[in-house]
Ligand binder design. Structure first.
Ligand SMILES: [Zn+2]
Length: 157
């Protein structure tokens, strides 16, 4: 009885040691994994930041194009205030108008840069047959759909 339990104890110790070794190995593995993950997250953050800046750049270009194209069509006011680039300086007469615009702008804050870009892209395509990535205003819908690869920057890579 006592020998049996002694053996059992030894086996238990042995198993414990193996488990420790195993958990040690796992820990090392996890550390490597954690480091890999941290590095990956860092790369992702960097990439996200770059993507974000690219999106903001694209949105700005769209706003700029939208304002020009709207004005060519004699459209005096953007459909949504953020469709156009915000003027750097505003005269005093426009102050009253600006108040309304601020309210509109407040509403548009729900939209992410990507959403704004998507909305503005489809507006430019439908209203002006214009693609900022092609940099071209097309003749008609047929022309646009057959010559422009698609409505995202990735389509133009
Ligand atoms: Zn295009």
């Amino acid at each position: 009885m006592s020998r049996k339990s002694g053996l059992g104890h030894e086996a238990l110790l042995k198993r414990k040691a193996e488990e420790n070794l195993e958990s040690y190995r796992r820990k090392i593995h996890m550390n490597n994994k954690a480091q890999e993950k941290a590095a990956e997250q860092f790369r992702m953050r960097l990439k996200n930041k770059q993507d974000e800046m690219k999106l903001e750049g694209d949105l700005k270009r769209s706003q700029c194009a939208c304002q020009q194209l709207d004005m060519q069509k004699n459209i005096q006011v953007p459909r949504e205030v953020w469709y156009w680039l915000r003027p750097e300086e505003e005269s005093e007469e426009e102050e009253e108008e600006e108040k309304d615009q601020d309210e509109d702008e407040y509403k548009s804050e729900d939209l992410s840069v990507l959403e704004k870009l998507q909305i503005l892209t489809s507006y430019l395509r439908e209203e002006h047959l214009y693609c900022i990535w092609c940099g071209t205003a097309y003749e008609d819908k047929e022309d646009l759909s057959s010559n422009c690869p698609g409505p995202t920057s990735a389509d133009h890579d």
